[in-house]
Design a protein around this ligand. Structure first.
Ligand SMILES: [Zn+2]
Length: 503
């Protein structure tokens, strides 16, 4: 549990951790395959159990409840699977930092529950099954926070205090697992994956449920802050980074809703494409700082302040950057000033090539999401701004290290895509991602104000970032994207504003 740098080295000691069917993954709903033949799970023995002796343990990295063999999945999986234990993954590294292991469209939930089962048709025990490719099945559930206490969790949450220290355990006499799960179990994703900690055996058939379990804010806080690890530090079980899907397909038991109540059907996509064509011809405006010509030298006239407003009622709006300097990045810094509307996730910037949809994509939400070469990492931060805030992201391919500065405060470094080059020849857009551009999804459109978006092909130091944050003159001029100099085209109702952080 030593953070993401360590995860990179797991395969050195545990070769399976470098396999092609690893977990967790980011579930991209638009790439999920609906399988109408997938059966609903039939679970017996999950309801109320009285006069039992169920061991609840703080094992130093999570809380685990041992489950009795009377709990069996009878239908919906390739065999009978018998329950073994359940445990949780949560965050809490920073205030409100989310900690689920799986993510959905890049969104990380507050926490995640794993109910672990083994194939009891074929194997005598969990231990015998755990490294077999058909050995295990895990049911995964997300937690989100809400306003009301979930009374089915009251006992569980208050018991945490009794197993505060690593190694402590207690017996609980009454357990009702079914009541701790969401009501709707009909919507789930299914894929073949692995244990999310070493030895990372590729033995798990994962079922990830779409409907989250709601706990109150207070219950989540207690979960995040009560348990201690072996060194008497609060347990924050670091989630493993999303692993590449490789040749796997994620199936769903339902047609995922993409965008506003529309199903992703071919005719609808085509209709939307026609709309977009219309929009591009009728609403396209071009901003060229020097009278319609490409900027030719450093003395180009600069439009200032140039603030883009992406209105809430125009989710299709975006800006296309006419790159003068090709993206060909062994490292980069991207900085910007943003004032965002409250919304779960905003796509700020998306650079896609024919090879990778998310060659370089940046999203803002409870955390900052960064994709490089279709690999995802999230960078937590504490700010929940309604006012202007200054963001910088840096990445260097020689280590794969990515850092996030929010108002010039740097967070914990994360790692992805070492020794990778972001290739030239793609499309750079602001305010949406490429699929949004095609109108398939507007659920992650940027809503709010955006300015001073600059890109450099090197890593900026903290002093330079501080200068920009303080709006010092002659700071913050990107050599790949130079805001106010590099030309762009606006589509779908982006408005120009003058309200500016630095004015
Ligand atoms: Zn787990």
């Amino acid at each position: 549990m030593e953070g993401s740098l360590d995860q990179v080295h797991w395969p050195n000691t545990y070769p399976d951790c470098g396999g092609r069917k690893q977990s967790p993954i980011d579930i991209k709903r638009r790439n999920v395959k609906f399988n109408p033949d997938m059966l609903q799970l039939e679970m017996t023995g999950y309801g109320e159990m009285k006069n039992g002796n169920f061991l609840m343990t703080n094992n130093g990295h999570s809380v685990q409840i041992d489950l009795p063999p009377s709990m069996v999945i009878e239908k919906g999986l390739p065999a009978h699977y018998t329950a073994v234990q359940m445990h949780l993954h949560w965050g809490g590294l920073d205030l409100e930092a989310s900690g689920s292991e799986h993510t959905v469209d890049g969104i990380r939930y507050m926490a995640e529950l794993h109910v672990v089962h083994y194939n009891s048709d074929k194997y005598k025990s969990f231990d015998e099954a755990k490294n077999k490719n058909d050995g295990l099945a895990v049911l995964a559930f997300f937690y989100e926070d809400g306003h009301f206490e979930n009374t089915y969790y009251s006992d569980f949450i208050s018991n945490l205090e009794k197993v505060k220290y690593a190694g402590q355990s207690m017996n609980i006499s009454t357990l009702n697992v079914r009541s701790m799960l969401p009501e709707n179990l009909a919507h789930f994703f299914r894929y073949e994956g692995s244990l999310t900690t070493p030895p990372c055996y590729e033995s798990i058939l994962w079922t990830v449920f779409e409907t989250p379990i709601t706990l109150s804010h207070n219950q989540i806080r207690k979960l995040e802050s009560t348990l201690m690890d072996l060194e008497n530090k609060t347990i924050r079980n670091d989630y493993r980074m999303a692993q590449p899907l490789n040749e796997r397909v994620v199936e769903s038991s339902f047609l995922p809703r993409l965008g506003k109540g529309t199903f992703c059907r071919q005719e609808e996509i085509e209709a939307k494409l026609l709309n977009i064509e219309d929009m591009i011809t009728s609403l396209g405006k071009h901003i060229n700082p020097i009278g319609g010509n490409r900027p030719t030298n450093k003395d180009s006239q600069v439009i200032f302040p140039l603030v883009l407003n992406f209105p809430a009622n125009k989710l299709m709006s975006f800006a296309l950057i006419n790159l003068g300097h090709p993206m060909n990045l062994h490292s980069f810094s991207v900085c910007m000033n943003l004032r965002m509307h409250p919304r779960s996730v905003h796509t700020v910037l998306s650079y896609s090539t024919t090879k990778h949809e998310n060659e370089l994509t940046i999203t803002m939400g409870h955390e900052v999401g960064l994709w490089i070469g279709n690999e995802y990492v999230s960078l937590p931060h504490e700010l929940r701004p309604r006012a202007w805030a200054h963001y910088c992201l840096t990445w260097a391919s020689h280590t794969g290290g990515a850092e996030l500065y929010v108002n010039s405060v740097v967070g914990k470094e994360q790692y992805l895509r070492a020794d990778y080059t972001i290739p030239p020849g793609g499309k750079l857009i602001l305010g949406k991602d490429k699929d949004g551009f095609l109108g398939i999804s507007d659920s992650d459109a940027f809503v709010g104000y955006m300015t001073d978006v600059n890109i450099w092909d090197y890593v900026l130091g903290p002093e330079e970032i501080q200068k920009m944050m303080n709006c010092e003159k002659n700071s913050g001029k990107g050599n790949v994207l130079n805001w106010g100099v590099t030309s762009m085209s606006l589509y779908g109702g982006v408005q120009l504003e003058t309200e500016h952080k630095c004015s």
